[in-house]
Design a protein around this ligand. Structure first.
Ligand code: ARG
Length: 496
């Protein structure tokens, strides 16, 4: 026994905890009220604290529609297996319909004693249609039921997520198209590097987000597999037509191994990984919006509707939404790491640990969808400060590579050309000059190869348009890419 007395406050709070605990015990006895569907072998009622910790209803209730869809299909399979008559199947289906409308209308209140959505639906069904409701769980376990529900849910959500990201991509293309002439500095190491088209910069995000879409859709292949019939872990002794269930529920395939069917969550991990990569990509755009809207850059102004003010500094207009996108990337990674850790070293097949898959999954789905949804209108409503971009592109020797390339054209090896141009840049910096401000005589001091046409060769516009290589920033190249994208965008099949 620990004899050391804690501070007064601590003593009091310990008393409170004790009090609450004993209250917990008392209510546990009373709330043993509702008999659990699995309580046959139990002599004591569930402890209240256990009931609360064990319950997933507070978060898995959002799976109700998928759970009911799964049960309707299972009833059809049970009918085919001869477990239910057609009349029984019909009564079950109509009972399930009633449960669903009660949930939708908010008449059905979820409480922890219901444990999870599967038990809640079945219990209410049995209240409504009597003992026949108890036949529905024949040949099924909550283990294959929950695996099915998550797969159904995730399929729907992947389509929605991809739809929103596609919308964002369309917005990016629209902005690139409308600003095809705008030149800005391109950066490496966040130092001005070479002039590029704003459209080219934006389309880099289009390419990244298109790969994200591909990854979401690719992961769908592993989600779109039907586990029902796996039972608790070993399969089912009933003659269940699993392919019928898959067909009724719109799945492309059925799981091959019952332990894998109930015991695997790598399809959730895969989605969380894809979402993490996608958020890494989006966070880069978020960061650029934050930088570009700062006074230091002044390249864009976000609209009032998508910014917030400060409670103390009246002049402030903050890019909170872009910051939140950047910040929420952390929680999306966290959700992936949480579930990876939960699944690590879990023995086959189902373990209750796996109930911990839902909150990270739901949180990631909600997070990425809300960010995609807000980014598109936020981008549409921002204004582009063309002059600021162009004057930034004109300062910082972004055309130094073009001067070196000029010498290469005159036959100088690139390394030497690089060194000569480096000396020119240093000379200009010491005299606060730009390359454009240099006289021909000054150029010639560095190399006799410079002729009058050097002026043209280093113009920013020419610098951009010279980069005609496939994938480069030349206006003609970017326009061609835009044309291709626009043709492809309408072709892209998104949705069920
Ligand atoms: N609520 C549970 C979960 O989300 C459902 C499966 C429970 N299965 C069991 N054997 N206790 O994982």
């Amino acid at each position: 026994m620990c004899k050391i007395e804690g501070p007064k406050g601590l003593r009091e709070s310990k008393e409170m905890v004790k009090k609450k605990r004993s209250l917990g015990k008392a209510t546990a006895k009373k709330s043993g009220s509702k008999t659990k569907l699995w309580a046959g072998r139990f002599k004591e009622v569930t402890n209240k604290l256990v009931e609360e910790l064990n319950a997933s209803i507070s978060f898995d209730s959002r799976l109700y529609a998928h759970d009911i869809r799964g049960s309707v299909a299972h009833a059809a399979v049970l009918k085919k297996a001869g477990v239910l008559t057609e009349a029984e199947r019909k009564r079950i289906v109509s009972g399930l319909g009633k449960v669903e409308s009660e949930i939708v209308s908010g008449k059905f209140a979820f409480t922890p004693d219901m444990e999870d959505i599967h038990m809640a639906v079945e219990a209410r069904l049995t209240e409504l249609i009597g003992p026949l409701g108890g036949k529905l769980h024949t040949g099924r376990s909550r283990n294959d039921q929950v695996a099915l529900d998550i797969r159904l849910y995730l399929k729907d959500e992947i389509y929605e997520t991809v739809g929103l990201l596609h919308e964002l991509n369309c917005t990016i293309v629209e902005i690139a198209d409308a600003n095809i002439d705008v030149v800005m500095p391109g950066y490496t190491h966040l130092q001005r590097a070479q002039p590029i088209l704003l459209a080219h910069h934006l389309l880099a995000y289009f390419e990244m987000f298109t790969r994200d879409i591909d990854r979401y859709l690719d992961c769908l292949d592993r989600v779109d597999i039907m586990p029902l019939g796996s039972g608790a872990l070993a399969g089912s002794p009933y003659n269940l037509d699993r392919k019928l269930a898959a067909k009724l529920l719109g799945f492309s395939a059925i799981t091959e191994n019952s332990l894998d069917g109930v015991g695997s969550r790598d399809f959730v991990l895969e989605f969380l990984s894809v979402a993490s990569i996608a958020m890494a990509n989006l966070s880069r755009l978020a960061e650029e919006l934050i930088l570009w809207s700062s006074q230091e850059f002044g390249f864009i102004e976000l609209s009032d509707a998508f910014t917030t003010g400060s409670s103390i500094m009246p002049q402030k207009k903050n890019p909170d939404i872009a910051e939140l996108a950047r910040g929420k990337t952390g929680r999306v990674y966290g959700n992936l790491i949480a579930l990876l850790t939960t699944m690590k070293a879990l023995p086959l097949a189902y373990n209750k640990d796996m109930q911990e898959d839902k909150e990270p999954l739901f949180d990631t789905v909600d997070t990425v969808k809300s960010i995609y949804a807000v980014f598109s209108p936020m981008l549409k409503s921002l204004s582009i400060k063309r002059e600021a971009m162009e004057s930034a592109a004109a300062r910082g020797f972004l055309n130094a590579t073009d001067a070196a390339d000029y010498l290469v054209e005159q036959g100088l090896p690139f390394r030497e050309a690089h060194a000569v141009t480096g000396r020119i840049v240093a000379w200009c910096i010491s005299r606060s000059k730009t390359l454009e401000e240099m006289e021909l005589g000054e150029w010639k001091k560095f190399s006799p190869l410079f002729k009058d046409d050097i002026k043209k060769a280093i113009s920013i516009k020419r610098s951009v348009d010279a980069r005609k290589v496939y994938g480069g920033t030349a206006r003609s190249t970017v326009k061609a890419r835009l044309k291709k994208i626009k043709a492809g965008l309408t072709d892209l099949k998104v949705g069920k």
